[in-house]
Write a new protein. Structure first.
Length: 429
């Protein structure tokens, strides 16, 4: 079933560290060789052995309209005939920036970069420059990309591989990153008390997606807002995954809490490399060339990526989110029924089209400690069974599914039947 992928992985390992350009793709935590893909169309992906899968990862979020969406492909091919990059300004950058400010009211100005990591790294530098303070608070299990300041108790691929604190991050950097517990306001209050006026910013995934999906508890985000206001620190919402995914205005629209800065990525690139950070004009205007905080990028605002991103953003309307909700709810309900009827120790967390099926004795995961107690071995068996039945899930229990709007009724039926068979199979293991 995977002969060509196995060969391709051997070959990749000759030239690429770990055979991959991003660790989670190595399938290490699901104890199997990674699958190599050759094409995608709509809700399907095909690997180099010719196996077809329903894609439940959507490239970790960007592909909200599925693979090779006609409008996106057409827009990119037209744009590419005029060239691929100029290293100089283009009007489409302004159109994307304007669109983002219209969709996310807390963003008055926005700067484009090339990845979510660049967005979060730049946002905390800006916060430090603006507040003239040096420390930041992040949350155990949150992942904000691979910037040095964030690789402390990081989620996603870091926790997946058991590397939440990476070598290479100096003590001097690490000392300025304070760790709080997600959904635990008193852990944040305590850090503010111990570090008085030294905290530049609190950065949080408003809906955590890198320890599996963990929603904020009542008043958690509002409590962070109040703490930042009373200590003259900035609140940064890392919406690289949730932005334009869970609602047009992201998590901040759903939970009605306005951050000072927001980081974005994934969907705004329409499948091409894009990140962005934005917020209050007064803060953003601290950035060079007007202000003293420096940040730059050769391909930032690249015209192809902007074209793909704007095409996707222009297609996002309430009907899309309503459709995603119907699709996601049907899958959640079908899987919950299977969990009950197979008497499996598992439960589902969902926010819109972001879903995680947790293998756990507990009936909810609310923080990193809960996440560390998940049955990752059972998840690995489940992942493999679903893969063999033609369903592509995130190769880690510490990630989310990202469903696309092109998942149809046949896909839904197959996702529910496959889940049932995989859960029954696990019982027999
Ligand atoms: P990138 O640098 O990978 O574009 O974005 C970093 C990032 C920042 N903030 C949040 C909340 C994120 O989830 C991410 C990256 N997401 C992971 C998936 N959980 C990327 C997958 C990977 O590392 O290959």
């Amino acid at each position: 079933m995977f002969d060509k992928s196995i060969k391709a992985f051997e070959n990749a390992n000759l030239f690429i560290p770990g055979g991959v350009n991003s660790p989670v793709r190595a399938f290490k935590s699901v104890n199997m060789n990674p699958v190599f893909f050759k094409s995608g169309k709509g809700s399907k992906m095909t690997d180099i052995d010719g196996n077809e899968y329903i894609d439940c990862v959507s490239s970790w979020g960007p592909l909200i309209f599925g693979h090779a969406n006609e409008k996106v492909v057409e827009a990119i091919s037209v744009a590419s005939k005029n060239g691929t990059t100029y290293g100089a300004s283009t009007e489409i950058e302004t159109l994307v920036a304007k669109k983002i400010t219209e969709m996310v009211p807390s963003i008055e100005k926005v700067r484009m970069v090339n990845s979510g990591t660049e967005a979060t790294m730049s946002a905390i530098r800006l916060a430090r420059g603006y507040t003239k303070k040096e420390k930041i608070i992040k949350f155990a299990g949150n992942y904000h990309g691979h910037g040095d300041s964030f690789l402390i108790k990081a989620g996603s691929g870091a926790v997946t591989l058991g590397l939440p604190d990476s070598p290479g991050v100096t003590k001097n950097i690490a000392k300025d990153t304070l760790i709080a517990n997600f959904n635990n306001l008193s852990s944040v209050e305590q850090l503010f008390k111990e570090n008085k006026s030294e905290i530049a910013a609190v950065i949080v995934e408003p809906i955590a997606g890198n320890m599996g999906l963990v929603k904020p508890r009542e008043n958690f985000l509002d409590g962070l807002r109040k703490l930042c206001d009373s200590h003259n620190s900035l609140l940064i919402f890392d919406e690289v995954m949730t932005g334009f995914r869970v609602a047009k205005g992201g998590a901040q629209e759903i939970y009605e809490v306005s951050p000072d800065l927001t980081t974005l990525g994934k969907i705004i690139g329409g499948g091409l490399p894009v990140g962005a950070y934005g917020g209050k004009q007064e803060i953003m205007d601290m950035l060079a060339p007007n202000g003293p905080v420096y940040q730059a990028g050769t391909l930032s605002g690249n015209p192809l990526a902007m074209t793909a991103g704007l095409t996707v953003l222009n297609m996002l309307n309430q009907n899309v989110y309503d459709k995603l909700e119907i699709i996601s709810k049907k899958i959640e309900d079908g899987w919950n029924k299977n969990i009950i009827e197979t008497n499996t120790n598992a439960h589902i967390a969902r926010q819109g089209s972001m879903i995680t099926l947790f293998f756990s004795d507990k009936n909810e995961v609310i923080n990193y400690d809960d996440a560390l107690n998940l049955d990752v071995e059972k998840y690995a068996i489940y992942f493999k069974k679903m893969l063999e039945m033609g369903v592509y899930l995130p190769p880690s229990q510490y990630e989310c599914l990202f469903l696309s709007s092109v998942i149809d009724e046949d896909d839904i039926e197959k996702l529910i039947i496959s889940n049932r068979m995989a859960l029954e199979n696990i019982k027999d293991e």
